[in-house]
Ligand binder design. Sequence first.
Ligand code: GDP
Ligand code: MG
Length: 362
Amino acid sequence: TEGDILGSLYSKGVKPDGVQTLDKDMVKMICKDYDVEVIDADPYKVEGLVKRREILEEEDLDKLKDRPPVITIMGHVDHGKTTLLDHIRKTKVAASEAGGITQGIGAYKVQVPVDGKTLPCVFLDTPGHEAFGAMRARGASVTDICIIVVAADDGIRPQTNEAIAHAKAAGVPIIIAINKIDKDGANPDRVMQELSSIGLMPEDWGGDIPMVQISALQGQNVDDLLETVMLVAELQELKANPDRSAKGTVIEAGMDKSKGPFATFIVQNGSLRRGDIVVCGGAFGKVRALFDDGGKRVDVATPSIPVQVIGLNNVPVAGDVFEVVESLDTAREKAESRVMSLRDERISAKAGDGKVTLSSLA
Ligand code: GDP
Ligand code: MG
């Protein structure tokens, strides 16, 4: 009853005064007490929440802390994705770290000044629909916000539509960067018209899609774009519980002649530490070393932070989920059973229509 809920609010330190807005965590907590499903009015968000719930567990709900947003840049070829990433990296990565950045671990952290504070956000370094699509086909969702770059002298092209479809399907909020406004023939208004005709109504025209006009080449308005990213992130209330064992997703992996198998993880919940035992896909091992996006050795990676991990027995696949487990035996068992189920799926996929899709491999 209403009385019970008011009572439990009191017990949590909230003094209800009749008309009051509760923040989402509070609502979630109450719903949890009453075993009621939280329904969010925004359809984009519902999907996002569902996905995040897979990563967050019940026990995390009262230990949540803010985490930085993870951002992917997509858009049609030649519309300026790489130029934008380069500009952000050059201007926003701390000078002390910039040297190491060139090696690249597939993601990097950027400090964005907002309202006199600087807040971190993380960019995935693999612009491209393949990466996003492949990860999604494998059930991975690491991205919190999608920037879609549209060239002001070219407008919506096939890969723009693809990018929009990917972002929508993943339930990820979209920010449009209308790029190349410095060029002769740039027509940002036409781009906005095209976008609104496919259902993306600019905020400036009363819609809900933020659109920022930039020149990635000259760096014009890129700060506005980043600030918009942080505003959208704030609305998403991105949180995780740093005080637990880590879970997350592999975004890049490979083999190094001297280091052996390496993988870049994005931690999505918990904190990953040197010495932890991890299983990811069919690979496992003890974390021998962690490197940040500047190539510097670190002891721990907190939620949303990308780290390169050394110590795995095998090379995992981008999109594989990783988790920390108790012992090497458990890790080995989990990795082996995963390899087995992969094999079974491949066999049954072959017996079926002969096609092996990404999702059947996931
Ligand atoms: P991507 O394929 O989306 O990664 O596009 P690129 O970043 O490689 O850019 C394609 C071309 O457009 C390059 O020659 C860039 O120099 C140019 N370009 C990118 N952004 C801008 C911009 O803001 N203004 C102008 N004039 N050219 C740009
Ligand atoms: Mg490029």
